[in-house]
Design a protein around this ligand. Structure first.
Ligand SMILES: N[C@@H](CCC(=O)N[C@@H](CS)C(=O)NCC(=O)O)C(=O)O
Length: 362
C-alpha cells in the first residue's frame, strides 16, 4: 500500500490543521470523511474512541492527535521543518498552538452553534447519510451534531458570555489583520507550525461555516485570504524572521490569549494536582477535573477545566525550561510584555503523556 490516508472532515476543527500541514509539507495523502460505517470499522477499533483527524500511514500505523501527526513527519526530515528551530520562536509557537487548540474553541463553537446551527446540520448530514434526501441528511446531521452541540455549555458559552466571546473574536480579527499588513504568515514570509495551528479555529468554523465565513470575509478580508493561503499549503519558500525575533504585531494577540487563558490553566492545574494526589501511577486522566471561572472580552463565565490543555501547555513549558540562560532572559522579557509572568514558575506535576490515544499520567 502506498500513500497516507487522513480520516478527516471539512467541518472539523482539527482536520483543517492536519490538512494544511500535510499539504505544506508535500505529503501525498487521501482525505476520507468518516461515515458512521468508517467510524466503526477504522477509527473505533484502532483509536478506541470516536475522534478525528486520524492519520493512517502506508504501514497501517494509526496516529491521532494533530501534534503527533505533525511530529511523525517532523522527526524524519530536518530540512523543511514546520517548527522554528530557534528557542523563543519555538516557545511562542507552542503558546500559539495552546491558544489555537484550546482557547479559540470558544469563538469557534459559539459562532457555529449560535449562528450556523441549522446550516451545519445539513453539512454533517452529507457525511452521515451521503445518499439521503436533504431531509434525511438534516436528521442524520442533527444526530451527529448534537454530540458536538453538547460541548457548548462545557466551554462556558452562554447568553451571558456570548457578547464577550464575540468582542474578543472581533479584537482577534483586528489584531491578526494588523499583523498581516506587515507579514504574510505569523513568523515571516514562510508558513510554519503556528500558522497550521490557527487553521484549526479559523477554517472549518469561522471561514467555511456560512454565516461565519461571510462575516470574516466582510470584516477581515486579509484573514480570509490568509486562511486560504495556509490551507492551500502555500508559504513553503519564504523565510522565518531572523535572530529568533517575535514580530511585535503578534504581541497584542498573545497578550489577550494569556490574560484570558492563564487563569483557567492555573485553576485547571490545581484541580488536576488534587485529582492526581489520589490517582494510581500511570492512570488515564479524565478529560475534565472540575470547572474554572473565566473572563473573555469582559464577560465572566464558568468553563470546564480541561486537562488536555495542560498537555499542550507542557510542550511550551518544556521548551522554556530547557532554554540557555541568554535565551531565557529574552523569553522572560517577552513573557512580562504579554502578561505571561505566571508561566515562569508554572509546573505540571505529575507530568502528562498520551497512552492508547488518551491522556495519561506519565
Ligand atoms: N487534540 C486533538 C483533538 C481532536 C478533536 O477534538 N477532534 C474533534 C473534531 S475536530 C473530535 O472528533 N472530537 C470528539 C470529542 O472530543 O469527543 C487533536 O489535536 O487532534
Amino acid at each position: 500500500m502506498t500513500g497516507y490516508t487522513l480520516y478527516g472532515s471539512e467541518m472539523s476543527y482539527f482536520s483543517g490543521k492536519a490538512r494544511a500541514y500535510l499539504r505544506w509539507k508535500g505529503i501525498e495523502f487521501t482525505e476520507i470523511a468518516p461515515s458512521p460505517e468508517l467510524m466503526k470499522a477504522e477509527i473505533l477499533p484502532h483509536i478506541g474512541w470516536p475522534v478525528i483527524p486520524v492519520l493512517k500511514t502506508p504501514d497501517a500505523e494509526y496516529i491521532q492527535d494533530t501534534a503527533d501527526i505533525i511530529a511523525h513527519f517532523e522527526g524524519t526530515s530536518d530540512e523543511n521543518s514546520a517548527m522554528p528551530e530557534s528557542p523563543l520562536q519555538k516557545f511562542v509557537t507552542y503558546l500559539i498552538q495552546l491558544f489555537a487548540d484550546e482557547w479559540m474553541t470558544l469563538p469557534a463553537m459559539h459562532y457555529r452553534w449560535n449562528h450556523n446551527e441549522e446550516w451545519i446540520y445539513g453539512e454533517f448530514g452529507k457525511n452521515a447519510a451521503p445518499d439521503g434526501t436533504p431531509e434525511e441528511q438534516y436528521e442524520a446531521g442533527k444526530a451527529v451534531g448534537s454530540r458536538f452541540k453538547g460541548f457548548v455549555p462545557m466551554l462556558g458559552i452562554t447568553p451571558e458570555t456570548a457578547p464577550g466571546i464575540e468582542k474578543a473574536y472581533e479584537q482577534f480579527l483586528a489584531d491578526l489583520s494588523a499583523h498581516l499588513e506587515k507579514l504574510p504568515y505569523l513568523f515571516g514570509t514562510r508558513a510554519s507550525y503556528a500558522d497550521f495551528a490557527l487553521i484549526g479555529p479559523l477554517f472549518a468554523h469561522q471561514y467555511r461555516d456560512k454565516f461565519s465565513g461571510e462575516h470574516m470575509k466582510r470584516t477581515a478580508p486579509s484573514v480570509a485570504d490568509y486562511v486560504e493561503r495556509v490551507l492551500a499549503g502555500d508559504g513553503q519558500d519564504g523565510e522565518l524572521i531572523p535572530l529568533d525575533d517575535i514580530p511585535k504585531t503578534l504581541l497584542p494577540i498573545l497578550r489577550v490569549a494569556l490574560t484570558e487563558h492563564l487563569p483557567v490553566l492555573i485553576n485547571t492545574n490545581e484541580q488536576f494536582r488534587e485529582w492526581a494526589a489520589s490517582a494510581e501511577p500511570k492512570s488515564e486522566v479524565p478529560r475534565g477535573v472540575g470547572m474554572s471561572p473565566f473572563t473573555t472580552g469582559g464577560a465572566e463565565g464558568v468553563i470546564a477545566s480541561r486537562t488536555f490543555s495542560l498537555l499542550r501547555l507542557q510542550d511550551a513549558l518544556d521548551t522554556y525550561q530547557l532554554m540557555m540562560p541568554s535565551d531565557k532572559r529574552r523569553a522572560n522579557a517577552f513573557l512580562s510584555a504579554v502578561g505571561g509572568d505566571a508561566l515562569k514558575t508554572f509546573r505540571i506535576e505529575p507530568r502528562l503523556t498520551r497512552r492508547n490515544f488518551k491522556l495519561a499520567l506519565a
